[in-house]
Design a protein around this ligand. Structure first.
Ligand code: PEP
Ligand code: MN
Length: 253
């Protein structure tokens, strides 16, 4: 098992579905051509509407537990409530704090007590200073265990789901010690823009990506429009493999 740990020259791709929907779906991702080993997949989903799919909860925990016996992968998932931490600890290699919870300082304080890295997503309307302020609640983890994730912010622009703030990535990489990753899926909201946004994130100096991938996007129970299918994931990996050396990076999937 790799540890969730990257060097300065790594460019890492965390991929997987918005939500864990079943064992077969996850195995299709794990068995895909490039055998990704950095896997995302929501267990508890924070949906805008209560009537939307909320994630499989305990059932997803069991699925990931059994997959971890069969495959070697690092698993990233969102924790939405401190009461979930104990259940998630045995399966999670890196916790994710979602945009809706960036300001949930009690959750951040609780996560700082465990020795697991945390991806801290930027709030929808957070300034860079507020985002950096939130990292102080995680400081006991050490700067190497804090990953900032730019996932698009709300602006007056409304053609895309969000506005991908690559300026923030450039600023953070020049001024702060944290690893910075980009989620082009929630930023762009449409799979046809995700590969280009990913390449732009690499050029902006990001350390990695968090990308939604689903074996059959049209049947996804959440965020179907933005998920790459397995062929598109392949194309993304090919393009990143070609582009990484230009930026003195090596791709890790
Ligand atoms: C996610 O990555 O699953 C997610 C819900 O993203 P965000 O918190 O950025 O909306
Ligand atoms: Mn999603």
């Amino acid at each position: 098992m790799n540890s969730f740990n990257f060097s300065k020259s790594d460019f890492f791709l965390i991929s997987g579905p918005c939500a864990v929907e079943g064992q077969q779906q996850m195995e299709a991702v794990l068995n895909s051509e490039n055998k990704p080993s950095l896997i995302r997949g929501g267990i508890y989903k924070m949906r805008t509407k209560k009537s939307s799919f909320q994630g499989l909860g305990n059932e997803a925990i069991s699925i990931i537990k059994s997959l971890k016996k069969k495959y070697h992968f690092n698993y990233v998932t969102e924790v939405t409530d401190p009461r979930q931490i104990e259940d998630l600890l045995p399966i999670v290699d890196c916790f994710q704090v979602g945009a809706r919870n960036m300001y949930n300082y009690e959750l951040l304080k609780e996560l700082s007590l465990y020795k697991k890295p945390v991806i801290l997503k930027r709030g929808f309307s957070s300034t860079i200073s507020e985002w950096l302020g939130a990292t102080e609640y995680l400081s006991d983890l050490g700067e190497n265990n804090i990953y900032l994730c730019e996932r698009g912010i709300r602006t007056f622009e409304n053609k895309l789901r969000n506005t991908l703030d690559l300026g923030a990535v450039i600023y953070l990489k020049k001024n702060h010690p944290f690893k910075v990753i980009v989620d082009p899926s929630h930023a762009m909201g449409d799979s046809k823009y995700v590969i280009d946004a990913s390449l732009a994130a690499l050029a902006a100096g990001a350390d990695g990506l968090l990308v939604e991938v689903h074996p059959t996007p049209s049947s996804a129970l959440s965020d179907p429009e933005q998920a790459l299918d397995l062929n598109m994931q392949n194309e993304l990996i090919k393009k990143l493999n070609r582009a990484c050396p230009l930026f003195e990076k090596e791709l890790r999937v």
